[in-house]
Ligand binder design. Structure first.
Ligand SMILES: Nc1ncnc2c1ncn2[C@@H]1O[C@H](COP(=O)(O)OP(=O)(O)OP(=O)(O)O)[C@@H](O)[C@H]1O
Length: 261
């Protein structure tokens, strides 16, 4: 089943087209990574899928055009974690993550024991339980990043849009966050679309990659089809080796120019 469908989607800001002609189908339970150089339009494409930027032609999530959904309906369907969200600094971690439950509450209803149980379980899974009562302004960059993901996971939406979810995380926390997302899609059939600059992680966790440059899709397919030295040189201007590991993963290693003797 297709969870997310884009057909010739273009999107941009104030009359400037930033992403154009993107056609994609993401099956339920799949994980798609949008990769590409800085400014390629990756975040804009995620926002277009979330229905948050002006776009030409509809993006459909669960066969519904996202731009016609009201915010509560959209939030029940799509969990979107932006790269730099505005966070009310005075709130505690628990209260902030509880905001993820808002789309599931009646208009004037307060959260109940089930909502609190979901929040505590997410905090545990993201290694945030000890910070539950801390005001957001006291968190480190990586702790804030995990708290944003916790709010989105508490939403329990079927489609997750994650903009650079591992930025600012150390390798251990980045890995456990990606493992958690991977478990959600295996166990609950959650569909994931994320931007990722770490191409080795993208190769490891994602079924399919879309390489965006200057707002258009220049390559798409399985990690081994997209992460070739030729494509990475052409579109990132990087010199890299792509090495297979014993486990069958790929490592993208930048090579260093050596001075000639
Ligand atoms: N709110 C905005 N208003 C106007 N232009 C914007 C806005 N947001 C992004 N842009 C422009 O759109 C283009 C694509 O930006 P976008 O953030 O989608 O790229 P990206 O691929 O996610 O980049 P990065 O890897 O640097 O995060 C850039 O030229 C950027 O300056």
């Amino acid at each position: 089943m297709t969870a997310v469908h884009l057909s010739e989607v273009s999107a941009g800001y104030r009359g400037r087209t930033v992403v154009s002609g993107v056609t994609l189908d993401v099956p339920t339970g799949a994980w798609l990574a949008i990769i590409g150089p800085n400014g390629a339009g990756k975040s804009t494409l995620l926002k277009a899928i979330a229905g948050l930027v002006p776009q030409a032609t509809d993006v459909r999530v669960d066969d519904r055009p996202t731009r016609t959904l009201d915010p509560r309906e959209r939030a029940r369907l799509i969990g979107y974690a932006p790269q730099n969200p505005v966070m009310p600094d005075g709130l505690s971690v628990t209260d902030y993550v509880l905001l993820g439950r808002t789309p599931h509450l009646g208009l004037l209803a307060r959260e109940g024991p089930r909502d609190l149980a979901i929040v505590h379980s997410v905090l545990d899974r993201l290694d945030l339980a000890e910070l539950a009562d801390r005001p957001l302004r006291t968190l480190s960059g990586g702790e804030r990043q995990r708290t944003v993901l916790a709010r989105v996971l508490a939403q329990q939406a079927g489609v997750l849009l994650l903009d650079e979810p591992t930025t600012g995380l150390d390798i251990g926390h980045a890995q456990s966050l990606l493992e958690l997302v991977d478990r959600l899609r295996a166990e609950d059939g959650t569909t994931v679309i994320s931007t990722l600059h770490d191409l080795t992680f993208a190769a490891q966790y994602c079924d399919r990659l879309v390489l965006l440059n200057a707002g258009t899709v220049v390559a798409s397919g399985k990690p081994a089809e997209v992460l070739t030295p030729e494509l990475l040189t052409e579109h990132y201007g990087a010199t890299v080796e792509v090495l297979p590991t014993r486990e069958g993963n790929l490592v993208v290693a930048p090579t260093r120019a050596r001075p000639e003797h």
